[in-house]
Design a protein around this ligand. Sequence first.
Ligand SMILES: Cc1cc2nc3c(=O)[nH]c(=O)nc-3n(C[C@H](O)[C@H](O)[C@H](O)COP(=O)(O)OP(=O)(O)OC[C@H]3O[C@@H](n4cnc5c(N)ncnc54)[C@H](O)[C@@H]3O)c2cc1C
Length: 469
Amino acid sequence: MAAQAMESLAAPEVLDVALIGGGIMSATLGAMFARLQPDWSITLFERLDHLAAESSDPWNNAGTGHSGFCELNYMPDPDDPARAAEIARQFRLSREFWNTLGNQDFVTPTPHLDVVFGARDVDYLRARYKTMTALPAFEAMEFTEDPEQIAQWAPLLMDGREPGEPMAATRFEGGTDVDFGALTRLLVDGMKTTGTQVHLGQEVIKLRKEADVWSLTVRDRTTKRRHTVRARFVFVGAGGYSLKLLQRAGIREVDGYAVFPFGAQFLRTDNPDVVARHQAKVYSQAALGAPPMSVPHLDKRLVDGTESLLFGPYATFSTRLLKHGRLIDLFTTIRLRNIAVLLAAGLQNLSLVVYLLSQLVATRRRKFAELQRFYPSAAPADWTLIQAGQRAQVVKPHPGKVGELTFGTELVTAADGSIAGLLGASPGASTAPAIMADLLGRCFPARYPEWEPALRGLMPTLPPSNVEL
Ligand SMILES: Cc1cc2nc3c(=O)[nH]c(=O)nc-3n(C[C@H](O)[C@H](O)[C@H](O)COP(=O)(O)OP(=O)(O)OC[C@H]3O[C@@H](n4cnc5c(N)ncnc54)[C@H](O)[C@@H]3O)c2cc1C
């Protein structure tokens, strides 16, 4: 593999596309290019020795196919379903795209539930249910305040629970658990059949524009040797390292941008007796001050044919921007132009800082108490704490507030369309096909009309490019 990699890296050709990063984002875009332009030369560079070893690894994320039903953070106002409806629309595109892959082993039907405790949250969930079920996309959602019904939907929630506290739940039977690692590998295998080159253990360390072509300096992480490759279009799907690479490329669109790392841990059990009694993903409300992606959830997972339960996330902090990154990572993204932006965002999010500190000092016993709020009779001996992936949340300039911490996924494209990159985290993986269709329209406006019929063949509900959503 290494010898073959050297040979093609030394080739003088100009690639049509260079993909940086071997996660779900590069794999999705590469798979689209392979279908739309099988004659293009495409090369993917991944710094680690395996594909999908960062956020896209199934144990580094929660594997929820985000479709808007159970993620309460997409709908803090129970009367405003716009964001949840948009996620549902994008997830429908994902399912359509994934259906074209044949093998569906990476996606497991898993009902999506919400459970809330206390009168105020019960009122919220009831109002949310009413608003959502008025929309066709969510009409399959069910609602109950009956403890017996909740016990049928998710028995562990009611095991050993003291009666009396108001509770409510919603359920969507058509939810999914997704192994984004297996999906990444499936997509990349498909790309290889049309000639895409995949180079593992190769880190892109520099990007420079020369006339109309990007020059990439690539370092072999084993031999430390450097090579240069040239490409007409570059996609930076480097997860937590995307901002750093876009900054190095001198893209004006990320001027003033910064990132703030959030790590996560989950409690995991493989005890077959416990695992067999929970067949859902159950989400709830985030704790006061917690970032939106920290909503607690108890998830059924299926990874490599083995069932487990996962509970979390618990926030962790590190200055690494990837799980397999370096402690200096965060500092390499700090520029004169983003210091004020970062400080302003920090000052506006003091409750988040307090939440983070409280999570960092939380003992295992306190963490376990959070699980027992969901599953009162959980036994500590069944559960192990595992380190999940590292998120790099985007902090960006804001006209009124100087800086703003954001929690979504952001596609950045250069004005000339020759380079694009993906920043942020959830609902990223679940909505990758919609994001990549958007990228194709923004970076290849002249070719897009030609590609559109084939894209619509892959995703029949893709809106026409002249329709504003
Ligand atoms: C704790 C947690 C829970 C999550 N839960 C969910 C969920 O339930 N559902 C959901 O849809 N999403 C979830 N997400 C988000 C989801 O995991 C991400 O949106 C998605 O995996 C991002 O994919 P990516 O390809 O952009 O990045 P990654 O999977 O991180 O891949 C980036 C790759 O680029 C490589 N790389 C970096 N720099 C270079 C370089 N210079 N040269 C070459 N290679 C490089 C890295 O090694 C890595 O393999 C979660 C994320 C986390 C952290």
